[in-house]
Design a binder for this molecule. Structure first.
Ligand code: PLP
Length: 398
């Protein structure tokens, strides 16, 4: 099954809805995927740093205490792919490092990025620092306030943090500002997009860098126990999920993405773009978005800044439309409870983003049990660690 028959499209989704001035840069980037990213010398450099600097391969861990504490049937296997153990604490460094190396090969010696939770900003600032490039990070003022430790980390790494005081003052506004900067400085600047979203070829480029997660998980499970029955990941823009899904898409494996239901989808305060959204254009791609009946983008709400985005990568919109992947939702309170559960059962404090995927595990196990007639084996992307969320987790302690 191929998910991108038309270049830059995933079924009816994707494309390149941008200002004319950006088209040459996006075309250059598209050519660079074949000429550089897939070349042996690039792969050697990037994979070398993934091993020596990021800490790959990350382990895969069978969480039997979690299985027991969730009251799941004996024989159920929950395998956690430990992206929380990557340098900087989440999967985002895989992509940030890849894009910074690519920028250098394209002769673009200034890096810009947008960030919500601050995780992508930290990952980009990290990659830029270790490659000796200047880095500007756009961040909504609301997120600057919510994510103070990550703002300080970016500054420590030598990046400039540029607060964006427009719109909802969150990720979508930061993304707009970064696009504006890029239009102006495209000859010298690379825009390091943080998720599998945005105009073609970004969704493809980011998926290319994040599929290392799924490729590793698939090989690790094959070597240790055999293939999984289902793969599970949380979905913000969709990069850790597509990184898992890509590797399993041709296998007889159910793919589950979990979106943020915020305070509950019925309250309207959520970030469940695929489940509750409409078709629209956001940040240069046709995808599913949270919008009113006139197509105006609405604010997203989630306890986790990394899922608080009113769009989603177009490949997920396509996978949802074709039925190849299934998308569920989890509320704020369910995510917090799931974070405490994993911490107490396994000694791992997960990111609030990841906790949305963890919250739906009992339901996913039930669905797969029904489908298979036996307890299932699940591979779950533990996309990041929860240190950045400690204040929120303590405040919301169940
Ligand atoms: C940013 C982030 C996410 C959401 O981004 P995706 O592109 O959907 O993966 C999920 N988990 C963690 C830990 C993050 O930092």
């Amino acid at each position: 099954m191929t998910s991108a028959p038309r270049s830059g499209y995933y079924g009816d989704f994707g494309g390149r809805y941008v200002a004319e001035t950006l088209v040459p840069a996006l075309e250059e980037l598209e050519r660079a995927v074949d000429e550089h990213v897939r070349s042996e010398s690039f792969q050697q450099e990037w994979r070398g740093l993934l091993a020596s600097y990021v800490g790959r391969p990350t382990p895969i861990y069978r969480a039997d205490r979690l299985t027991r504490d969730l009251g799941l049937e004996l024989g159920t296997e929950l395998w956690l792919k430990r992206e929380d153990l990557c340098h900087t604490g989440a999967h985002k460094i895989n992509n940030a490092l890849g894009q910074v190396l690519l920028a250098k090969r394209l002769g673009k010696m200034r890096i810009i990025a947008e960030t919500g939770a601050g995780q992508h900003g930290v990952a980009t600032a990290t990659a830029a620092a270790m490659q000796g490039l200047p880095c500007d990070v756009y961040m909504g003022v609301l997120d600057v306030a919510r994510q103070a430790p990550n703002v300080e980390r970016m500054k420590m790494l030598g990046a400039r943090v540029l607060p964006v005081d427009a719109g909802s003052r969150t990720l979508k506004d930061a993304m707009n500002e970064a696009l504006r900067d890029w239009v102006t400085n495209v000859a010298t600047t690379h825009y390091c997009v943080g998720s599998a979203a945005g105009p073609h070829p970004y969704p493809l480029l980011v998926a290319e860098f994040q599929r290392v997660i799924g490729d590793e998980a698939r090989a690790q499970l094959r070597d240790q126990v055999g293939p999984p029955d289902a793969v599970v990941a949380c979905v913000g823009g969709g990069s850790n999920a597509i990184g898992m899904f890509r590797a399993f898409i041709d296998d007889p494996v159910t793919l589950y993405g979990v979106e943020a239901a915020g305070e509950g989808v019925e309250t309207g305060r959520h970030a469940a773009t695929i489940t509750e959204g409409r078709i629209g254009v956001l940040h240069g791609a046709r995808t599913r978005v949270l919008a009113d009946e006139f197509g105006q983008i609405m604010e997203a709400h989630s306890i986790s800044a990394g899922l608080d985005y009113p769009g989603v990568g177009p490949e997920h919109a396509g996978l949802a439309a074709s039925g190849r992947a299934t998308y569920l939702t989890a509320r704020d309170d369910e995510a917090v409870a799931a974070a405490y559960r994993l911490a107490r059962s396994e000694g791992i404090v997960p990111a609030l983003e990841t906790s949305h995927a963890l919250a739906r595990l009992p339901d996913i196990v039930r669905r797969e049990r029904l489908r298979l007639g036996r307890p299932p084996r699940l591979a779950i992307c533990l996309s990041g660690r929860g240190d950045k969320d400690l204040a929120t987790l303590l405040e919301r302690k169940p």
